[in-house]
Design a protein around this ligand. Structure first.
Ligand SMILES: Cc1cc2nc3c(=O)[nH]c(=O)nc-3n(C[C@H](O)[C@H](O)[C@H](O)COP(=O)(O)OP(=O)(O)OC[C@H]3O[C@@H](n4cnc5c(N)ncnc54)[C@H](O)[C@@H]3O)c2cc1C
Length: 391
């Protein structure tokens, strides 16, 4: 039986895969998105996502932004190092924008993107678990399971946006993996007082702790060694809040209420190459970063946006069609610098601020204090976090 043919198959309908599908739907290519999970409405993932101002512009262009449920703006980021001198405050003025970013929930974003895709008529199959991929110079063959049946399709270009499970089936692709042996505990809390639109990033020897404004509450991403996280997860709410408060300090008064806690293991994982025969990796499939400074999705969204832009340059039927080695090489080159900087930036922050070396800790604190006094350096850091890097 002949397999169904597509120009582009996207495997993984997380927020990055969906963003790509939406960015491509205005062109004449036939596209299919395969997602292992159920319909987006059924997905519940409580992690908060700090979206940069740059991501907000992309989501606006994709028709997603106006349908999101009340994203909370971030107009101040307060960065400090627990028990050490020195802090930095970033504001929109530092970066020349109207807001530094916005906080949304993963599942709210996911549901909204699912609805927007449906309205845009994107070809989208859920409950479709891809099991095997085979790539060669001409095309890619994909096998997936849906409704207890095995199905096959072929495409000219495979985009892996599956978070990094399938890429090692592609010739020449290997992952570099560093297990931080840290876990992120995610919850939301109510505090005695709030500082509207202010996000806090506090480095501690155990790992960074972020409090992100989320309506009248704060979304918490508290990272620490996995063994410690296991203990913290068993505490009752009162003890949990007092330990969190002790790490965070007095800036928001007492911590008075905690929501459900969820945990995520933390690794740095990135592909040795982001392209293979007729295939390309984007989002977490290309790089999975530590959540410090909220860079992962923002970087992945730029992957999707830039890939769509590379594909859109190709006249239909041209020899450098989607999936050709020329097109893939151009995309890979275009993304190299931003990915390298994003990965190095987050990994270096973790290494610097969690090293149990007093001298290094003092240098970190001094660095934050100096940064606070140097507007050009602040502008560089703020714009890197907001727009990523271009050579
Ligand atoms: C605690 C925490 C906090 C974070 N905070 C931030 C933040 O503030 N800002 C930020 O920018 N980033 C943040 N991140 C990172 C962000 O969550 C990820 O970068 C982002 O979710 C990546 O999106 P993705 O679509 O590439 O991958 P995923 O979200 O992992 O989606 C992958 C999709 O592929 C599907 N899939 C997997 N295997 C298959 C298969 N075989 N067949 C079909 N489908 C498949 C999955 O079901 C899933 O839907 C955070 C991460 C964590 C853990």
């Amino acid at each position: 039986m002949a397999h169904q043919q597509f120009d582009i198959a996207i495997v993984g309908g997380g927020p990055v895969g969906m963003a790509l599908a939406l960015a491509l739907c205005e062109y004449d290519y036939s596209i299919l998105l395969l997602e292992a999970r159920e319909l987006p409405e059924k997905v519940d993932d409580p992690r908060p996502l700090a979206l940069s101002y740059g991501s907000h512009l992309i989501l606006h262009r994709l028709g997603i932004w106006e349908n999101l449920i009340q994203p909370t703006p971030i107009t101040t980021i307060h960065i400090s190092n627990r028990s050490h001198f020195g802090h930095t405050v970033l504001t929109p003025k530092d970066a020349g924008v109207s807001a530094l970013g916005f906080v949304v929930n993963y599942h709210n974003l996911y549901h909204t993107m699912g609805r927007t895709m449906r309205d845009a008529g994107v070809s989208y199959r859920t409950n479709a678990l891809v099991t095997t991929i085979h790539t060669d110079q001409q095309h890619v063959s994909i096998t997936y399971r849906q409704d207890e049946a095995e199905k096959k399709i072929q495409a000219k270009l495979l985009v892996l946006a599956d978070g990094g499970k399938l890429a090692e089936q592609i010739d020449g692709v290997r992952y570099h993996v560093h297990d931080y042996q840290h876990t992120a505990i995610v919850t939301n809390i109510k505090t005695e007082s709030i500082q509207p639109e202010t996000a806090f990033e506090r480095f501690t020897l155990n790992g960074p702790l972020a409090l992100l404004p989320s309506g009248e509450k704060y979304a918490v991403v508290w990272t620490m060694p996995t063994e410690k996280a296991k203990q913290i997860l068993t505490l009752d709410d009162q003890l949990f809040l007092s330990q969190l408060h002790e790490q965070f300090g007095e800036r928001l008064g007492n911590f008075i209420q905690a929501g459900k806690r969820t945990s995520f293991p933390l690794i740095l994982k990135y592909a040795s190459t982001i392209v293979g025969h007729r295939s390309v990796m984007i989002g977490n499939a290309a790089q999975t970063l530590h959540p410090v400074a909220g860079q992962g999705f923002n970087l992945g969204l730029r992957d999707a946006w830039e890939l769509a832009s590379e594909i859109s340059r190709i006249p239909y039927g041209a020899p450098n069609e989607p999936g050709s080695s020329k097109m893939l090489a151009a995309y890979s080159k275009r993304r190299q610098h931003d990915k390298f900087i994003g990965r190095t930036f987050t990994d270096s922050l973790i290494k610097l601020f969690t090293a149990d070396l007093p001298l290094l800790q003092t240098c970190g604190g001094i660095g934050l204090a100096i940064l606070d006094c140097l507007p050009p350096a602040k502008r560089l850091v703020a714009r890197q976090m907001i727009f990523g890097s271009r050579k």
